[in-house]
Write a protein that binds this ligand. Structure first.
Ligand SMILES: NC(=O)c1ccc[n+]([C@@H]2O[C@H](COP(=O)([O-])OP(=O)(O)OC[C@H]3O[C@@H](n4cnc5c(N)ncnc54)[C@H](O)[C@@H]3O)[C@@H](O)[C@H]2O)c1
Length: 388
């Protein structure tokens, strides 16, 4: 597929508008449809103002902005999608709504058009069941904001033909994105491997090991992460972050590794959603005073070791279950959520015996399945091997 290929995007919300911008900026004609007319206007206005800011910052010229906007056709029905070579669905996260969109699309697009969903939590298999020809269907998971975030997870489903994933990967790579391939499992790579970043931080807070400010300080100062877990939960929104954890937990048949936290649930129930509500783990009011971290390096290292070891254990499980390659797991976490290092590379640097020791100590202490060391990690330690 080249820049002559026509791209269709369904759903002109945050993600659909961002994806349309990416495709149009790469020279494609783009159709962008939303079932709510008002949303189309909002999308066009929003995009216009984002692009105007690019001109102010001297990152784009007026001509470039005009040509991007001219290439995007904001349409009120799907009839034009007959011309599309590649169609991406980015409507609300609702299985029945998505299935309905694909049933309608399949009746309009040509036989060779690839169909993709940007779902973050539904299975590709469940959406594919709506299609008569699911061989040309797969998941492509962009991150928000799509024009800025470099990662896209490519997720073939049980019925996806090999060629479909290959063609898609080439197309999205040509859009300047880093693509990783993942199997159709809950949370794909990023939203699954990242769970302990929040989960272990919440657990330590609940146990009274440290407060939010101290855990955030340790993860940034010692761990090298750009944001601490509590700052990040407040930024994402506790409602959204809790929902992702709950979905992954349920979808993994209630595996205790992903068990959500009561603390976070109560915060959501009370409306402490984070930045957007003015209060979360921190207070964002004008004169708010937030607690200072306790900057004890030794205690901080314990916090970082616990969270990073649990992240590595999860990354090891993704590799163990053949959901993605070691390279793609590391790329996903560095490009999708800006981790300072790929987790498996990091594990090799720390030394796998030390990582295993950290997790085994937790397992012995708690006797909870949540802390069971991954078999691949154990095997590698036994054979004195590394991930790379
Ligand atoms: N926001 C994120 O951070 C993020 C990241 C990755 C993936 N996703 C996924 O992308 C998808 C869209 O998310 P979003 O954040 O852009 O949501 P959003 O609410 O901003 O946009 C969804 C849009 O879909 C439209 N819509 C609803 N039903 C429709 C239909 N039948 N036909 C056409 N349009 C319809 C709505 O009017 C709305 O404009 C979801 O599946 C979500 O899980 C979101």
């Amino acid at each position: 597929m080249d820049t002559d290929s026509v791209i269709g995007v369904v759903g002109a919300g945050t993600m659909g508008t961002g994806i349309a911008q990416v495709a149009a900026a790469c020279g494609h004609e783009v159709y962008l449809y939303d079932s709510f007319g008002e949303q189309l206007e909002k999308s066009e206005e929003g995009l216009r103002s984002i692009l105007q800011r690019q001109i102010k910052k001297e990152r784009m010229t007026q001509d470039e902005v005009d040509s991007i906007l001219n290439r995007i056709h904001f349409v009120e029905d799907l009839t034009g999608y007959g011309a599309c070579d590649f169609a991406i669905e980015a409507v609300i996260e609702d299985l029945e709504v998505k299935k309905d969109v694909f049933r309608r699309l399949e009746g309009i697009v040509s036989r060779k058009c690839i169909l993709a969903t940007n779902t973050s939590s539904l299975s590709i298999a469940s959406i594919s069941s709506a299609l008569k020809k699911p061989e040309r269907f797969l998941g492509i998971h962009f991150f928000n904001p799509a024009p800025l975030m470099p990662l896209v997870e490519i997720i073939p489903g049980i019925s996806t033909a090999n060629g479909t994933a290959g063609t898609t990967r080439t197309l999205i790579n040509n859009w300047g994105k880093t693509t990783v391939l993942a199997k159709d499992t809950p949370g794909f790579i990023v939203n699954r491997v990242a769970r302990p970043f929040y989960g272990e931080a919440l657990r330590m807070l609940e146990e009274g090991m440290a407060d939010a400010a101290t855990i955030d300080w340790a993860m940034k100062e010692i761990g090298g992460f750009r944001m601490g877990p509590f700052e990040l939960m407040d930024f994402i929104g506790n409602d959204i972050n809790y929902k992702v954890t709950e979905t992954v937990f349920k979808e993994f048949f209630y595996d205790p590794r992903f068990k959500p936290s009561f603390t976070q649930k109560r915060m959501v129930e009370a409306g402490y959603l984070g930045r957007k509500s003015g209060k979360g783990f921190y207070d964002y009011g004008e004169h708010a005073e937030n607690p200072e971290p306790v900057q004890d390096r030794e205690a901080g290292e314990k916090i970082v070791n616990r969270i990073v070891s649990m992240l590595i254990n999860e990354a090891a499980d993704v590799l163990f279950m053949n959901i993605a390659t070691a390279e793609d797991i590391d790329l996903a976490m560095t490009k999708g959520v800006n981790y300072p290092k790929g987790l498996l590379k990091w594990a090799d640097e720390i030394g796998l015996p030390a990582v295993l020791e950290n997790i085994s100590t937790l397992y012995e202490e708690y006797n909870e399945d949540r802390y069971r060391p991954n078999p691949l990690l154990k095997r590698k330690v036994r054979n004195s091997e590394t991930f790379y």
